[in-house]
Design a binder for this molecule. Sequence first.
Ligand code: FMN
Length: 178
Amino acid sequence: MADFFELVAQRESCRKYSDRPVEREKLVKLIEAARLTPSACNSQPWKFVVVDDPQIVPEVAKTVQHFGVNEYFANVKSFIVILEEHATLMPKVACFLDSQYWAKGDLGAATYGLTLEAASLGLGTCIIGLFDRPKLIQLLDLPKGQRFFLVVAVGYPETEKEARPKQRKSLEAIARFV
Ligand SMILES: Cc1cc2nc3c(=O)[nH]c(=O)nc-3n(C[C@H](O)[C@H](O)[C@H](O)COP(=O)(O)O)c2cc1C
């Protein structure tokens, strides 16, 4: 098993994909990894739509090429659309007591877990926040008021190479020890 820190360092946003389709079993594993994510009061405020139908994938790719950005995803072979579900009663009560809104954090954790699992399977991913929500609702036949979280592009990277150096704030800038 790869060292966890190495996996974290290896995961990066992939914006160049090969034409190789992603095996269904691997896509299922990504959802399994997301399913095990912890969440406030175990509310699991998520649903996932896995898009790997070659007829539908290019249509989803069009919805993420929004505001003239995200053209990199034109030939991705699969997408995972992450939907926000309404919180169950307990997190609602906890939010009321502590004025916190937990669901986004839960969804972020699930999304990251899914991308790490993908990296461990040799897949590239890119989390996509900019997309045409009304078009995606229509395309995936979702309820009108559906809350989205993110779309994740999933595919085999065009080439296998070392991960890029990460551009991140320094440890000193983000953490203090007391
Ligand atoms: C919430 C969120 C939304 C993002 N939306 C986009 C996007 O619309 N298009 C894109 O190319 N990358 C998108 N990214 C990827 C970020 O640009 C990327 O994670 C960041 O630059 C760090 O690079 P790395 O993922 O390679 O480590 C998004 C990432 C997150 C977490």
